[in-house]
Design a protein around this ligand. Structure first.
Ligand code: 4AD
Ligand code: MG
Length: 472
């Protein structure tokens, strides 16, 4: 008998055919003569209703007493459904029980909070909501590869283990195989890293950008898509200690080209997801509406807004003008906007949510707010940086044109009190055949939050890692 995924049964509607389906029970309605089993196998949002007749299967007593979450294989006949909301259903002939559940199964029908489900991260893929979120995550990953591949970019696997602090922010997780209880010391009393695995201090990467630049300066256009790690002590709905980043890097591209690429990419992500996962977007929207209603909060679906963003040019403003807008707004901020200081989340959200009412690209930040590698403007104060801010999330993309002048880069590194030594190879990109180039990093989970409307970044990554939390 042919085994079909539930999604195939719902799509192909093989009426009159005997097939096999396998999945987990979402509900069981039992009566003496027959029972309704509703199963889902994760292949789509859809469920298949299966009717089992007491007289036509031999383990009816056992099958009809199954609880939610049990796993079964069913052979049966696909028939037209009389029920509302479904075209086909199955008349079960043979039910094999793979795995039962009991009363302690945590995913019961009653509404379960997202906080509770985070503690059940191993089981939440079985819920309607998380199935939707993670199918969308998959589609957005596919969209990413399609988008860059179609534009002639090469997919680059940048290393995860590194000896450089590429953002210069000191937020790195150290990697070592030294015995923590018996650290070797040098004659100054400091840890002797020459005996460590790599013979020097090493970390998990915070970005793949610097390696991306090496390949852009040879292969033209590349993008990375991999995990990055930050040991920042931020317990917020938009920070993770381990997150995924997509970082395109392009030779001969200036900041305007970079901003255009960022817009095209975000719009492509939205278009692709709306096309490939409309049922998932709908299901999440329904959940968010329901949950807002239970909390007596106002709810406005983000789907119509998303559609507009997909089709409208992003606003663009310089950092200096943005500070001006914030100060003239009359809005009361916790932190007063001040030129020379990095924008706070409240400022980012004001700009995108209230002032521009959509995504906005902020450019030309003060150089002291940004990393050493950004191209210096002639004013001696700002750099060719860009952040893309979106409503609800804030910063979703950070990027820049890169400093291609060796002398200027060396001066900047010195000014920032950094050492050139571990960056000798990065400097050589400027020494040998330098060229203008630019790139950016999109936080994958922030983008998923934006597209799905989910409020917490912990709910769009399979197993979130945050300060003091690394379970599963
Ligand atoms: O702005 P960031 O720090 O930029 C870079 O890492 C550059 N090397 C990118 C580049 O130019 N190639 O990080 C880029 C993006 C942010 O805009 C944000 O979306 C995301 O990465 N991000 C985080 N996402 C989740 N949790 C965190 N702790 C994040 N930190 C940054
Ligand atoms: Mg940033």
């Amino acid at each position: 008998m042919e085994y079909l995924k539930v999604s195939q049964v719902l799509k192909e509607k093989p009426i009159g055919k005997e097939v096999t389906v396998k999945g987990w029970l979402r509900s069981v309605r039992k009566s003496k003569a027959f029972s309704f089993l509703v199963i889902n196998d994760g292949s789509s949002q859809g469920t298949l209703q299966i009717i089992v007749d007491a007289n036509s299967i031999d383990n009816y007593e056992k099958v009809s007493s199954l609880l939610n979450g049990a796993c079964v294989r069913v052979d049966g006949l696909i028939v037209e459904s009389g029920g509302k909301g479904q075209d086909v259903e199955m008349q079960g002939r043979i039910v094999e029980i793979y795995g039962e559940t009991d009363d302690s199964f945590p995913l019961q029908k009653k509404a379960t909070s997202l906080e509770f489900l985070r503690e059940q991260a191993h089981l939440r893929p079985r819920t309607n909501l998380f199935g939707a979120v993670f199918r969308i995550r998959h589609q957005m990953a596919m969209a990413t590869h399609n988008f860059f591949n179609d534009r002639g970019f090469y997919y680059l696997n940048s290393p995860i283990l590194t000896a450089v602090d590429a953002e210069g922010a000191g937020e790195m997780f150290q990697v070592t195989n030294l015995d923590m209880n018996n650290l070797p010391k040098n004659d100054k009393g400091q840890v002797d890293y020459t005996t460590d695995y790599f013979g020097k201090e090493t970390n998990l990467c915070v970005t793949g950008q610097l390696e991306g630049e090496c390949f852009a300066m040879g292969m033209g256009s590349v993008y990375t898509f991999g995990p990055t790690f930050r040991a920042e002590n931020s317990n917020t709905p938009r920070h993770l200690s381990e997150f995924w980043m997509i970082e395109p890097e392009v030779a001969f591209m200036d900041l305007d080209g970079n901003a255009k690429l960022a817009q095209d990419y975000i719009q492509y992500l939205i278009r692709y997801t709306m096309e490939k996962a409309p049922a998932e977007l709908e299901a999440i929207d329904k959940y968010l509406a329901f949950s807002a209603k239970s909390n007596k909060e106002k709810f406005e679906s983000h789907l119509p807004i998303l559609e507009k963003v997909r089709d409208t040019k992003f606003e663009q403003v310089t950092y200096t003008d943005a500070i001006d807008i914030l100060n003239k707004s009359g809005h009361k901020f916790e932190f007063k906007p001040e030129w020379g200081v990095e924008l706070q989340t409240e400022h980012e959200r004001f700009l995108s949510e209230i002032h521009f009412k959509g995504p906005v690209t902020v450019t030309d930040y003060p150089r002291d707010c940004k990393a050493f590698y950004m191209k210096q403007n002639d004013d001696g104060k700002t750099v060719r940086a860009m952040d893309v801010l979106v409503p609800g999330v804030g910063e979703i993309i950070g990027g820049s044109q890169r400093e291609e002048d060796l002398g200027k880069l060396q001066t900047r590194i010195k000014e920032m009190g950094m050492s050139e030594d571990p960056l000798w190879w990065y400097m050589e990109l400027r020494k040998f055949g330098t060229a203008p180039h630019s790139g950016f990093g999109l936080g994958f989970e922030r983008a998923i939050r934006y597209v799905t409307g989910m409020n917490n970044i912990r709910d769009v990554i399979p197993f979130p890692r945050t300060p003091k939390s690394c379970d599963f």
